[in-house]
Design a protein around this ligand. Structure first.
Ligand code: SF4
Length: 224
């Protein structure tokens, strides 16, 4: 974690207040909310929520990898299914995408979240947003407070302006934003586009019997 300054202390204090406000909204919308000041605390919460021995599906997410959750879960003996395995063939990647949503737990982030607890995500292949709507086990969202937006419109803009351009660079996609560093005014319709499906989760979708949707808000910046 960065060295604390009076400014960063004020930001963290504000995040704590905002997280408390948001937690009430998240609970009202059917999620079980938590606030963790640091990534380290968030990782501990993830490991507490996922039972030892549970299989864990992790779709495309930089946040979860930055958290160190993949290594920590594997080290503990959990079976982790994730299509980002660089050794996979395209067919194996597709199978992993299906299997991720069939695991005992789904571990993801969110591209943005509104201050009223609405999760906003945009996908190219759609497997991640599909799993956010319907997956077999508990769903755990880890979302850093720097992704909080005032409303749905600004949340969509955040995904397109802040999250997608670096994602396009990471994936080597030939999108306009990969060149200009920002969303093209009229978007892009092409096989390379990372913005094909928009999911606005106003409330936790109906969960399989006995399963829960957890949202862990984190004071430390994570992901894009
Ligand atoms: S619509 Fe196209 S240009 Fe705009 S952010 Fe998405 S991938 Fe980039």
């Amino acid at each position: 974690m960065k060295k604390e300054t009076p400014m960063s202390k004020a930001v963290l204090n504000n995040y704590r207040n905002l997280a408390e406000t948001m937690s009430k909204e998240l609970a009202r919308r059917g999620h079980v909310p938590f606030y963790c000041e640091t990534a380290e605390e968030a990782l501990a919460k993830v490991l507490e929520l996922i039972p030892e021995g549970a299989s864990v599906g992790i779709p495309g997410t930089v946040t979860i990898r930055e958290l160190g959750a993949v290594d920590a879960l594997v080290a503990r003996g959990n079976r982790v299914v994730h299509h980002w395995d660089p050794s996979f063939t395209p067919q194996q990647r597709d199978e992993a995408r299906f299997e991720e949503m069939n695991c005992d737990a789904l571990l993801v982030s969110s591209n943005a979240i509104t201050k009223e607890g609405v999760l906003v995500n945009i996908d190219g292949s759609g497997n991640r947003v599909a799993a956010m709507c319907w997956s077999r086990g508990d769903r755990i969202f880890v979302v850093s407070m720097n992704k909080v937006c005032p409303d749905i419109e600004s949340a969509i803009a955040r995904v397109r302006e802040c999250a997608t351009p670096p994602n396009a660079l990471r994936l080597g996609c030939k999108t306009p934003c990969a060149v200009t560093g920002c969303h093209a005014k009229n978007g892009c319709v092409s096989p390379a586009s990372l913005c094909r499906a928009v999911l606005i989760t106003e409330q936790a979708p109906t969960m399989p019997s006995g399963k829960k949707s957890y949202v862990i808000l984190v004071g430390e910046p994570l992901g894009y």
